[in-house]
Design a protein around this ligand. Sequence first.
Ligand code: CA
Length: 232
Amino acid sequence: MGTRVLIVEDEEPLSLLLRYNLEAEGYDVDTVARGDDAEIRLRELVPDLVLLDWMLPGLSGIELCRRIRSRQETERLPVIMLTARGEETERVRGLATGADDYVVKPFSVPELLARVRALLRRAKPSHVANLLTAGDIELDRETRRVRRSSRELHLGPTEFRLLEFLMQSPGRVFSREQLLDGVWGHDVYIDERTVDVHVGRLRKAINRPRKPDPIRTVRGAGYAFDETFARD
Ligand code: CA
């Protein structure tokens, strides 16, 4: 069984966006749009983490969070609050209610995903692998280091995130648009050719003479991390 994330959010486009991105990272995702429905769902099955909107029909996020903390089964359940209210007093109130973290809308998806990982790591260290490995390539999320054949490679922050994103789903082909969403964030406007530029830089940083190129260009589709590159 994978790591389960429950999204409680009544804005459907946001809920879908979060589901898509979390599933791309390998989480099992469940969504509900109402606070009272979320409470029922939590009685049926306790997930590993909850993304909880503040303003919800049925039962507010604040009240739901309070109830989550007051039940023994969920008192330690990691909760990230999502809210449009960014004022310091509201932030304090959200955390005082028992949320573990707090993200103000509009937020960048990669940032939220990083917070999800960090919180899961704190809650249950086994849930998130810090080290991604494929063939002779090692990517350490904690120290932000990448090695190939035990030699350290120097990647820019964008190339690091791009490699991390591709290595998370070996073999899967991502379009340039999907890479933009996953690596740069959904609300950022960047030309799709930027992806090609960064893939070029990534290749330059990780490839060595006589070593196979792990990044596969799929014509007309996009890019993939080639899970077979190390098998020959
Ligand atoms: Ca809402």
